[in-house]
Each structure stands twice: as C-alpha cells, then as structure tokens.
Design a protein around this ligand. Structure first.
Ligand code: ADP
Length: 315
C-alpha cells in the first residue's frame, strides 16, 4: 500500500481573538501535538496514547477517533486506521487541544486516503471531533489549525471560512493551571446583548480584520476589546485583569481570554516585547501562587503539517 503512514504536527490555536466570539481564530507556531497515523487493512480505528493524559482510547470517545471513523465512511469499508497520539497541548487549557487532534486526524485521513477531501470537507470532518469535545460543532479552533494563520468563520451552516492575511506577530500565552470547564464558560454567558454593546463589538471585529489586512498594529491593538463575553468569562480566571493591564504596560498590542480559557494570550510586535510580557505573566501567577505555563511563539502560518513517514514499529 502506498502512502500508508504519516506523522502529523497539530498546532495549538487561539479562538475568538477577543471580540470575535465563535468566528475568529489563529494558529500558533507552537506548541503542537504529534500524531503517527497508519492506514490498515481492517475496518477499525485503534488508538494508542504516547503521553500521560489518559485520554480515552475508545475511538467513539476520542476526538481523533471520531474523525477517523467518519473518514472511514468514505472508503470501500475494507480499511481503517491506527493512530498513536503524543499530546503536547494540555486538554482543557483553552488553546485548542481537542481541535488539534481533530484537525490532525482529518488531515492525516485525507493524506492516507489519497486527498479525497477538499478544504471544506476537511473542516467538516474535523468538526465531528469538536462536537464530541464541546457538544456543538464549531470551527474557530479547527479552521486555523487546518489552514494556519488567522481565519474568519463567517458561517457554519453553510460552511463559509476565510483566511485573513496577518502581520508577523508574536504571541505570548499563559496557562494558569485552574480548571475552567468549557460548558461552565458557555453557561454563564448572557443570551441577550444590548444594542449599544453589539454596535461596539461589531465595530471592533471590523477594525481587527481591517487591521490584519492593512498591517496596522495600532488598529489591531485598539480593536482587541470585548464588551460582551470577556467581562463575564474573565471572572473565572484568577489574575486576568492584572495580566491584561500589566501586559499592555509592557508593550503588548492587546489580547484576552484564549478560547473559553483559562489561558490568556497577548499579541506583540516583536520578540523582545513578547518576552517582557511572558515575564510579567510569570510574576503575576507566582505572586498569587498559581502553577502556570508560559509560551512565547508566533502566529503559525502553515497550520497542520503532514509528513510522510513510517509508523514506528515500537508503538
Ligand atoms: P481545549 O479547549 O483545550 O481543546 P476542550 O475542553 O475543548 O479543551 O477539550 C478537551 C476535552 O476533550 C477533554 O474533556 C478531553 O477529555 C476530551 N478529548 C477527547 N479526545 C481528546 C483528544 N484526542 N485530545 C484532546 N482532548 C480530547
């Protein structure tokens, strides 16, 4: 069998980008999960974990498994997949751990089955994984993970995803090790929005997208404002206000909650500033005694990488 194994690098992602709740997201250059995927002559999905997160190995309960099972429906019913997952993005951290597995599985299945899925079909396929993790199909982590860069999800039904050019920005992410359940983070949201808040929000979204297109860092910075979701969700994240205030004072363009949290991200124009922001974040969480992890990275231009390779015999 040709092309019967590959290695996939599946990057973390930042969903929402502050004002673009459920419609904007960006890919990170790092961290990324590594998955080994192999096509087999048996119509089953077998999962092995190479990390210590104890994620389910039952394919129906693992987002990568669900995606591969869905991909199998497009075959003649004689083939399946073996997958070994080395997760480097902590599940539940808010930087798209489940989306990395789902998008990586969709990209691998597409490669191993001979590029039978187009761009939107790969996104649709991967969304089956997000449905398992979050209960609803959403693409604000999936799309940037698969496509790289910044993406706009204009609509899910019908699917309408656009890639947005962006400046070469640095991203500092802090993951304070507190649990924020995605379901809780969704439940506390208001379902009604006052018109004046909606007007402010869509002004910011349009400003942010324009800023990305025009390489206007000032505009990006002042558009990174969320008057609808952040004031409520940030209550679940200790130290949030302080991180935001001090990161901006250290020179960050702006930022906010990554996905549904607890991670917080900040965009910066250069590495020196991004490192300063990392130091500020570290100091704040050391001060309040919360274990944390800080990443300094860039916007990942490529997204998921599929590398042809052997399935390791030791797995
Ligand atoms: P994140 O925003 O970091 O992706 P989520 O809360 O969306 O976090 O997803 C993590 C949830 O998905 C956890 O409950 C985890 O057990 C479940 N899950 C199932 N399979 C996977 C997988 N392959 N990778 C990550 N999470 C998975």
């Amino acid at each position: 069998m040709k092309n019967n194994a590959c290695i996939v690098h599946c990057p973390g992602t930042v969903a929402n980008l502050v004002c673009g709740f459920d419609i904007l997201g960006l890919a990170l250059e790092a961290p990324y999960d590594i998955m080994h995927v192999q096509l087999i002559d048996e119509p089953v999905v077998r999962i092995k974990n190479l990390d210590d997160y104890n994620l389910p190995t039952d394919p129906e309960k693992n987002v990568a498994g669900v995606v591969l099972l869905e991909a199998m429906k497009k075959t003649d019913g004689t083939v399946g997949f073996e997958i070994a997952i080395d997760k480097r993005i902590k599940p539940g951290s808010g930087i798209g751990s489940s989306a990395a597995s789902a998008a990586g599985a969709a990209a691998a299945a597409n490669y191993l089955l001979g590029n039978i899925f187009d761009r939107d079909e790969r996104i649709q396929l991967a969304m089956h994984g997000e449905k398992l993790a979050a209960g609803v199909k959403h693409a604000d982590n999936i799309a940037p993970c698969l496509l790289g860069g910044v993406t706009l999800i204009r609509s899910i039904h019908p699917l309408d995803v656009l890639s947005i050019p962006s400046p070469d920005l640095y991203v500092t992410v802090v993951h304070p090790q507190v649990e924020v359940k995605t379901s809780d983070a969704r439940q506390i949201l208001r379902t009604q929005v006052p018109l004046k808040d909606a007007i402010k929000q869509w002004g910011n979204i349009a400003g942010l997208v324009t800023g990305f297109f025009q390489n206007d860092l000032e505009l990006i910075g002042r558009s990174l404002e969320d008057v609808i979701v952040e004031p409520i969700r940030s209550i679940l994240i200790p130290g949030f206000d302080e991180v935001k205030k001090q990161s901006k004072a250290a020179g960050a363009l702006g930022g906010g909650i990554s996905g549904s949290g607890p991670s917080i991200f900040m965009l910066s124009a250069d590495k020196l500033t991004a490192d300063k922001v990392a130091a500020v974040m570290q100091e704040i969480y050391e001060g309040i005694g919360i274990a944390h992890h800080v990443y300094v990275t860039t916007i990942g231009k490529q997204g998921v990488k599929v590398i042809p390779g052997e399935f390791p015999t030791l797995i």
